[in-house]
Design a protein around this ligand. Structure first.
Ligand SMILES: [Zn+2]
Length: 337
């Protein structure tokens, strides 16, 4: 086979172990919004690894092999000037490089290692480099065969891959609806778009929207609340429309026993702009604000405002609602200018 056919810059090296999806776990893939067009979990990790390639990293961890009976002890020299402070991390039989790599990986489990590369030397002085790389499964398990994994597993040496997320790429949470354990690749996707594949809830969405509602509710503001209410409604409909999400997806408690939908409706009812002189329905206030516009612009803005009101009533948002909000926002801004 032509070796060039194997060259795939958008793919990660093969691993000797089975791993879950690089997009995340228990996700409704059709709802996910990539952070960049055409992005997916694997491509995002490929790009990240090349940006943080080991030779570019500012820090390093120095491991070396100390001979012991039947094999070696993997030592970590954290202060090169003080040999007495070296820390032994685990023994391996013979010079089993696969086992050594697993020891190094498991020792750093749960730590954030993005700026640090690992370097393995035969000697403490660091004259004979054996291997080096990033802290990640693709680098640590490079050259390790599936047969090595089985052989070492029989001795209890297993790469603890669930805790090898050294770059903190995956965000985990149990689904509040059905309890399924969810995770999402934060490099590749807008986390708010992560939807449970089983029950449709969005566990990562709630804090953002409830926080925004809470800040805008009049009882939590000091003056200027009407303007804040308008901005809040426009922002939330814009964002939920972009996600294709329902306000019912937002789980959270608001002051005064309001649920998020009730709060959004209340804010919409009081939304206006700072110049509006009188109380009254939001639409009438909008009309007053558009007094200086030509007829066609006024009709367009009123149409968009009606769509917005219907969407807020429904509590279910689509891209068309986000487009209506942006149209309205543009007209209001231009008119204010
Ligand atoms: Zn669920």
């Amino acid at each position: 086979m032509n070796p060039l056919a194997l060259y795939a810059p958008s793919a990660l090296p093969a691993l000797p172990v089975r791993i879950g999806s690089l997009d995340g776990l228990n996700l409704d893939l059709s709802a996910l919004k990539p952070r960049q067009p055409g992005q997916n979990g694997e491509r995002a990790i490929v790009m990240f690894r090349s940006r943080y390639a080991p030779e570019r990293l500012p820090f390093r961890r120095h491991y070396w092999l100390k001979s012991c009976e039947g094999g070696y002890t993997v030592m970590y020299a954290w202060n090169l000037d003080k040999p007495r402070t070296d820390i032994p991390f685990g023994k391996v039989e013979g010079d089993d490089l696969a086992a050594i790599r697993i020891v190094i990986g498991n020792q750093a489990a749960d730590h954030r290692m993005t700026p640090i590369r690992w370097e393995l030397y035969e000697d403490r002085e660091g004259e004979e480099l054996v291997a080096m790389g990033r802290f990640d499964a693709w680098s640590l398990l490079q050259g390790v065969a599936e047969s090595d994994i089985h052989r070492l597993a029989a001795k209890g040496q297993v790469p603890n891959l669930e805790r090898w997320d050294y770059d903190d790429i995956f965000m985990d949470k149990p689904c509040p609806g059905c309890g399924a354990s969810m995770s999402v690749n934060t490099l590749a996707y807008n986390i708010d778009s992560a939807r449970c594949a089983k029950c449709g809830k969005r566990p990562f969405l709630s804090p953002l929207i409830t926080g925004r509602l809470e800040r805008a509710l009049p009882s939590f503001t000091r003056g200027n609340s009407a303007k804040q209410a308008t901005e809040c409604v426009l922002d939330i409909v814009d964002y939920l429309g972009f996600l294709g999400a329902d306000i019912a997806d937002v789980v959270g408690e608001l002051p005064g026993g309001l649920n998020p939908h009730a709060a959004l409706k209340q804010l919409h009812a009081s939304s206006t702009n700072a110049e509006a002189p009188s109380a009254g329905p939001a639409l009438a206030r909008l009309e007053a604000r558009l007094a200086g516009c030509d007829q066609a612009t006024r009709m367009t803005a009123m149409g968009a405002a009606i769509l917005l009101r219907q969407a807020v009533e429904r509590g279910r948002f689509e891209e068309a609602d986000a487009a209506a909000v942006n149209l309205l926002r543009t007209i209001l801004r231009r008119n204010a200018g």
